[in-house]
Design a protein around this ligand. Sequence first.
Ligand SMILES: NC(=O)c1ccc[n+]([C@@H]2O[C@H](COP(=O)([O-])OP(=O)(O)OC[C@H]3O[C@@H](n4cnc5c(N)ncnc54)[C@H](O)[C@@H]3O)[C@@H](O)[C@H]2O)c1
Ligand SMILES: O=C(O)C(=O)C[C@]1(C(=O)O)C=C[C@@H](O)C=C1
Length: 380
Amino acid sequence: MNEQRISTPGIARRNEAGRGALAARTRGAVHVIGAGLLGASVGLGLRGRGVEVTLEDLSPTTVALAADYGAGRVRAADDPAPALVVVATPPDVVADVIERALATYPDAVVTDVASVKLAPFAELTRRGVDLTNYVGSHPMAGRERGGAIMARADLFKARPWIVCRDEETPADALSLVEAVALDLGGVLMEMTPEEHDRSVGLVSHLPQVVSSLLAARLVPAAEQAIGLAGAGLRDTTRIAESDPELWVQILGANREPVVEMLDAFGADLAAFADALRDPEHAGAKRRIADLLAAGNRGVARIPGKHGSSERFAKINVLVDDRPGELARLLTELGELGINMEDLRLEHSPGAQIGFAEIAVLPEVAERAVSDLVERGWRTL
Ligand SMILES: NC(=O)c1ccc[n+]([C@@H]2O[C@H](COP(=O)([O-])OP(=O)(O)OC[C@H]3O[C@@H](n4cnc5c(N)ncnc54)[C@H](O)[C@@H]3O)[C@@H](O)[C@H]2O)c1
Ligand SMILES: O=C(O)C(=O)C[C@]1(C(=O)O)C=C[C@@H](O)C=C1
């Protein structure tokens, strides 16, 4: 497998997330197996670029829904073979589906979008499958809920899209997978499966466990306490809504790095609790402050949250606490042709006003503010 190559200059040149509509780079038809959240989002995005997309799913309802939403058409038995197959099934069947796709379409390139890369690769290698035409990948984009109805054409926009290849990967196979990632607005990165799994263990799998366990503390809590919940709790528990079945698979397939990180996290929690137990003990306050300050340094490193690496600009709009006001704001943004990349609402119980923090591409932020002000909205 290759050395880690994250955003090499060549890749940086090819990363064009956020640019305007371009002709599709993807050449030939794409067949998506697994038409849920990821598969249907790939289909929607590629259809939007004029790429021919066919769909397949174990569930006839899911595939019909994905087709109805515009993610492609259901594959017919006499359709010509696709140029690329995208496997977007749950991780525990991904190796089986990749093996079948490679056998069914021997001239096609096959990729997958599973959240773990090493386990399927190791399983396919163990089975002796010829992996020349296989290029594993993983878009770092998703939602708490799966299913075709949750799909979004812009799901992958400006998000990292990791590609795992080795020295034997043919250049044209690699460039086809990269073309799809770029057409969907992804930001290409290359990693080995080992590097990928360790990295996502830290930035995706550990946060999932922490968020879920934190939210689980709320189950026995008194209604009165829950009623006070604000943005802090919402920020730290959003992903606790994720599908347990999918995450049992992801965590099980990446257990080694995740268990190691959970052990280290558990030690941090214990150290914190020890210091807090006796804050008057010499050095205890400093230990507490040091751990909190380390959190400040960690959060500052997250791309798109703070500082110069910010991907999106944030605009803050005051929203009166009246029924329909937020819907009116979102409708007007649509009318102004401003694409909302993210939305965060701040609202205190009892207050007559809240504010919406809207993330937009930096190049449209100034126009968004002036157009909204012109329409009578108050921005901060
Ligand atoms: N959900 C996320 O946030 C996210 C983000 C990035 C990557 N992924 C990865 O994407 C993949 C799909 O996740 P999702 O969230 O779209 O799940 P999903 O449940 O929305 O969709 C998966 C679909 O695969 C279908 N399926 C299952 N077995 C199949 C088979 N053998 N043949 C054909 N279809 C089959 C299911 O019927 C379902 O419609 C997973 O491997 C996951 O790790 C998920
Ligand atoms: O935004 C979310 O809902 C996600 O959790 C997406 C997320 C992530 O952790 O970043 C979750 C799992 C996937 O493998 C990739 C992306």
